[in-house]
Write a protein that binds this ligand. Structure first.
Ligand SMILES: [Cu+2]
Length: 532
């Protein structure tokens, strides 16, 4: 546990006082400096001397455990429930724009985001509703807004084929038809996703499903139902985000400072016995192994696509970029406990793990329980129906090999549709990471059931709906993917590695959903689809 520190109170309205820094990562010669020196990259590892390798080994990890003074109240993204239009549709407004945030003492940090210029509001709507989101781009370059985890027509998906030019407004609309889940939105411009997300463009989209007879779970937004959007940053001169991509590791930016909902060194005042945390890994490359600092177990209740069949009591949850987890933490009055990221099991060799964040320990968020806590009901024994798309051992319809920043030997080409799938069909896919490097795998416009991992039945944490899955090296992951009712032979959905550096390098492909017997068409290329 970290020593409690003075509570400076919530920063007043704009312009807020600079919050105390709070973080002092242990690191002598930073990895970042090494990388800027161009010393290392995975291919270069073999070329460096044994002594150099030992030195790099000793300096390549980050450890902030017990070193973060939690002095800043956790910001809660504003909740947006939109307005009703004349047709009964729920209408949201989002403005993509640049901003400034006082994240640390000294100068404000230039950021990007939605509405107030950093991150974005939490959009919330119910299954069965039709939503419209008017996204106005006030940035100086084109961007897109992708609805990660949403089931919707490909033209509404917000991938690289739906750029929003500066000054333009894009108004996708779709009917929400999927179980309650914690989804999110972020830019997806071709080749620039990493930069836009790193600057701060990300927000939650919570789907409710009142008709499903929602189980009795903590549900007071920002009180005992708390968004936890985790991003890692490096700060450079004048408190600017350091956007330089290290050569070491081969996964892109790994930051030494965590922001939760845009807050450095955050704490949250806990006022109920049970608190639900909606964890989102909105980082470019970092993979987290979330746990609690005193080792207490917590209940994992939901993953990417919705609630698990039943709560899973555990003390760790691994999240790769794009993945979400909902956990419920039980506390007693006056307790303090830290949500911490422990070295995640990457399934990688020692060196790769070392240089891709696999040995890093980082304090995330301190939970501070009040002297008396509102009683919370016990967790229900069952939460949702288990996915039922298939079982392991059947035929594999399609295989995906992740290797060399390509999928099946091909890099992303916006004008090439890799394959078509039939509307209202289910396919079994097998995804295998053949690289030394960590990758994961995300499919747009749908959700999937994990059938097996390396031939074995999936562990409980993979027993619910997913849309993004970590793919350890040489470990075939078999998934059953359902393609719903939105057919469009010319507008593709994406499948890709969600490590944004890899995605931007082209580790992505495109598929279309077609009516039975209809062949894939040709994508209509947007004028400004190229690199900005
Ligand atoms: Cu990757």
């Amino acid at each position: 546990m970290t020593e409690p520190s003075e509570d400076p109170g919530e920063p007043a309205g704009p312009p807020p006082a600079a919050p105390p820094a709070g973080t002092t990562p242990r690191r002598g010669l930073t990895r970042r400096r090494l990388l800027k020196a161009g010393l290392i990259g995975v291919p270069a590892v073999a070329a460096i001397s044994a002594g150099g390798a030992a030195w790099l080994w000793a300096t390549a990890d980050v450890d902030t455990a017990g070193r973060v003074r939690f002095v800043n109240r956790l910001a809660i993204p504003p909740l947006a429930t939109g307005r009703r239009d004349g047709s009964g549709r729920r209408v949201f407004e989002l403005r993509a724009r640049a901003g400034n945030r006082r994240l640390r003492p000294g100068r404000p940090t230039p950021t990007w985001g939605f509405d107030d210029g950093h991150l974005g509001p939490t959009l919330r709507a119910a299954r069965g509703e039709t939503v419209v989101v008017n996204v106005r781009n006030e940035l100086a370059e084109a961007t897109t807004v992708h609805w990660h985890g949403m089931h919707l027509p490909a033209v509404m998906d917000g991938g690289p084929h739906q750029p929003i030019r500066p000054g333009a407004t894009w108004s996708p609309t779709w009917r929400l038809d999927q179980p309650a889940a914690t989804l999110w939105y972020h830019p997806h411009p071709h080749g620039r996703t990493g930069q836009h997300v790193y600057r701060g463009m990300a927000g939650l989209f919570i789907v409710d499903d009142p008709a499903a007879g929602s189980p009795d779970l903590p549900g007071r937004y920002g009180v005992d139902d708390v968004p936890v959007i985790v991003q890692d940053k490096n700060f450079g001169d004048d408190n600017r985000f350091d956007e330089s991509t290290p050569l070491i590791g081969g996964v892109g930016i790994l930051g030494d400072t965590l922001l939760v909902n845009g807050t450095v060194a955050p704490y949250h005042d806990v006022t109920a016995e049970r608190t639900r945390l909606r964890l989102l890994n909105a980082s470019n490359a970092r993979i987290y192994g979330f746990g609690l600092s005193d080792g207490r177990p917590f209940a994992l209740i939901g993953t990417d696509g919705g609630l698990l069949p039943a709560p899973h009591l555990t003390d760790r949850v691994r999240l790769s970029p794009g993945e979400r987890a909902e956990i419920v933490v039980t506390m007693r009055p006056d307790e303090r406990v830290v949500l911490r990221s422990y070295p995640p099991d990457l399934g990688a060799d020692f060196w790769t793990s070392r240089v891709t964040g696999g040995d890093d320990t980082m304090d995330v968020l301190e939970l501070r329980a009040a002297g008396s806590l509102t009683p919370s009901p016990a967790l229900p024994g069952t939460l949702a129906e288990a996915p039922d798309l298939g079982s392991a051992g059947g035929r594999v319809d399609r295989g995906f090999e992740l290797s060399g920043f390509e999928i099946n030997g091909r890099a992303m080409d916006m004008s090439r549709i890799d394959f078509g799938v039939g509307r209202d069909t289910t396919e079994i896919w097998e995804v295998t990471n053949l690289d030394v490097l960590p990758h994961n795998f995300h499919v747009h416009g749908t959700r999937f059931q994990v059938l097996s991992v390396n031939g074995a039945a999936p562990p409980p944490e993979l027993g619910g709906w997913k849309d993004t899955i970590y793919t350890p090296r040489e470990t075939p992951v078999r998934i059953a993917v359902r393609f719903g009712g939105h057919a469009d032979p010319d507008t593709p959905y994406m499948f890709h590695c969600h490590l944004l550096f890899h995605e931007d390098l082209g580790m992505m492909g495109q598929f279309v959903v077609t009516e039975p017997g209809v062949l894939p068409g040709r994508p209509v290329m947007p004028h400004d689809a190229g690199h900005g």
